[in-house]
Design a binder for this molecule. Structure first.
Ligand SMILES: Cc1cc2nc3c(=O)[nH]c(=O)nc-3n(C[C@H](O)[C@H](O)[C@H](O)COP(=O)(O)O)c2cc1C
Length: 306
């Protein structure tokens, strides 16, 4: 028998596979395709204080082994998430969910988290995943994730309004990822998730113009796996809190590799956009893949490569 369960910040997951924010909507959309209770959990679409329509199109560009997106945090706003999205999710998902929060000011992070923490749907939320790493918006997002002092300020502000585990999502677009992770831990974070997308761009040779209306976008998918593994390895050595690892995960083998790098749980992003069944298939492949490598318990391989 293989044991796929793990514990993330005190909450037990049947398996470590968590669809990543922005690639799984509010979950119920995928529940039309399969029973999403097979997931470890999932992280819902980055939620802000006000509704956002996102960036102009085109905002997706395909690349070999990955994709560029500049969606720009399109979401209905926290009030509609509480009133409409989470009640729909409650009908189809019975496990703790990861609430992904974004903001353009420290106060916005605090207000959005507080509203969710005090809402009728609060009991559905297992963790808050605070995204201080979105590369596709101006004046917020990633600017909090590239300055340790600003990151600490966000963590402290959000810490004041909830006792639930706080997982801070970091951007890879920094020189020293460990410095950022340590600052978040010192400010009261319970966990770190990484990586968000890497900033990139493409140019249309015929028109001589950037492909994305936003000019730049976030690169993710299989090509970024080695970068993500390196950062998860470094951060999990540098801090004493658990790490949720993501970036390019597309198979059960990738999950195992990411956990050996030091991840306690693993998030799956772009793969869900290529195949909506990707996360389910990865979960189904886990037991046989573990058996192939002589692994009986996934929790025992966390950080095995250290
Ligand atoms: C279309 C798209 C939208 C995304 N939106 C969000 C978001 O709202 N909040 C967030 O924290 N990350 C967002 N991300 C980043 C992913 O959650 C993940 O960190 C990143 O894509 C790396 O994983 P991957 O290589 O498996 O895609 C988005 C990614 C994509 C591709």
């Amino acid at each position: 028998m293989t044991n796929t369960s793990v514990e993330l910040c005190g909450i037990k997951l049947d398996n470590p596979v968590i669809p990543a924010s922005g690639t799984f909507g509010f979950g119920y959309e995928f529940a039309e395709l399969y029973d999403i209770n097979c997931l470890g959990s999932f992280s819902f679409k980055g939620t802000t204080g006000e509704p956002r329509f996102g960036n102009d199109t085109p905002r997706i560009a395909e690349c070999p082994s990955g994709m560029l997106n500049s969606v720009g945090l399109q979401n209905p706003g926290v009030d509609a998430v509480i009133a409409e999205e989470l009640p729909k999710l409650a009908k189809v998902f019975s496990k703790p969910v990861m609430a992904n929060i974004s903001g353009f000011s420290v106060d916005e992070y605090r207000t959005v988290t507080k509203k969710l923490a005090e809402s009728e749907s609060a009991s559905m939320i297992g963790w808050f995943e605070i995204n201080i790493s979105c590369p596709n918006v101006h004046g917020g997002g990633m600017s909090f994730g590239t300055d340790p002092a600003m990151a600490s300020e966000v963590v402290r502000a959000v810490r004041e309004v909830t006792d639930k585990p706080l997982i801070i999502k970091l951007t890879p677009n920094v020189t020293d990822i460990c410095e950022m992770a340590k600052a978040c831990e010192a400010a009261g974070a319970d966990g770190i998730s990484l990586i968000n997308t890497l900033m990139g761009m493409r140019i249309d040779i015929k028109s001589k113009r950037p492909v994305l209306a936003n000019v730049t976008g976030g690169y993710s998918g299989p090509a970024v796996l080695p970068v993500a593994l390196r950062m998860v390895y470094q951060v999990s050595k540098a801090v004493g809190i658990p790490v949720a690892g993501m970036g390019g995960i597309a198979s059960a083998e990738d999950v195992i590799e990411m956990m050996m790098a030091g991840a306690t749980a693993v998030e799956v992003g772009a793969a869900n956009l290529v195949d909506p069944f990707a996360s389910k298939k990865i979960i189904e492949q886990l037991p046989q893949t573990m058996a192939k490598y002589g692994i009986t318990s996934l929790s025992e391989i966390i950080g095995a490569a250290h």
